[in-house]
Ligand binder design. Sequence first.
Ligand code: ADP
Ligand code: ADP
Length: 225
Amino acid sequence: MSILETVKLTKIYGKGDNKVEALKEVSVSIEKGKFTTIIGPSGSGKSTLLHCMAGLDVPTSGEVLLNGENIFNLSEEKLSILRRRNFGFVFQSFNLIPVIDVYENITLPVSLDNKKIDKDYISEIIEILGLESKIKSFPNELSGGQQQRVAIARALSNKPDIIFADEPTGNLDSKTADEVMKFFKLCVEKFGQTLIMVTHNKDIAASADVCITIQDGKILSYLNN
Ligand code: ADP
Ligand code: ADP
């Protein structure tokens, strides 16, 4: 079943001589509960596609349908609420808040939404990600891999429908990257999460359920592994 669909998504940056057509009528369908990767050369439009799908960037034309509804028909405020409640984000930079501890970082999306923290669920995430001994630590006391595991836990804390990840292992050495990916996949499999990830890493792409290759703003191939 498709959870998210793009319909002829086009994104043009700049004007005149500076015009860049980053996406050219891209139509893709993302299956619920699956792990989809987006790969392609640098500058091919991967991040733009991910950001448009997540409602972080507004397309020039085309639609992004979440459960059949175009997210860009929502007011800015409603779109922002949708992003906060329904989506989780993991970026290359960990973006943890330095002055609060790991547990507070993980539960921040829930606290910001004034929701009650599901302690059992949060404990389960922390356990799967191997962070039990770190919950009272501060971000600067953790290694890069540990910080990214905290960011993954934070992305999952609000029980989002979809997790968007943009080169989540891009700042990590290859051994740490493999380890972080192993934990990430354990988590999404356990909770049946839908994960959409931009990556340069061919091994990660090969390990996903679906691999979308994009080149020059267009879909080059769509593989079900
Ligand atoms: P990728 O993620 O595959 O590296 P991007 O989606 O970041 O590709 O970029 C696609 C194209 O759009 C590139 O040519 C890039 O330079 C251009 N681009 C991306 N963001 C902007 C922006 N904010 N302003 C102008 N051009 C941009
Ligand atoms: P880079 O790949 O250059 O290290 P990131 O992956 O951290 O950058 O971020 C990619 C883009 O996503 C940036 O344009 C940034 O503004 C945006 N971004 C980063 N973190 C968040 C966030 N938590 N919420 C919304 N947008 C974000």
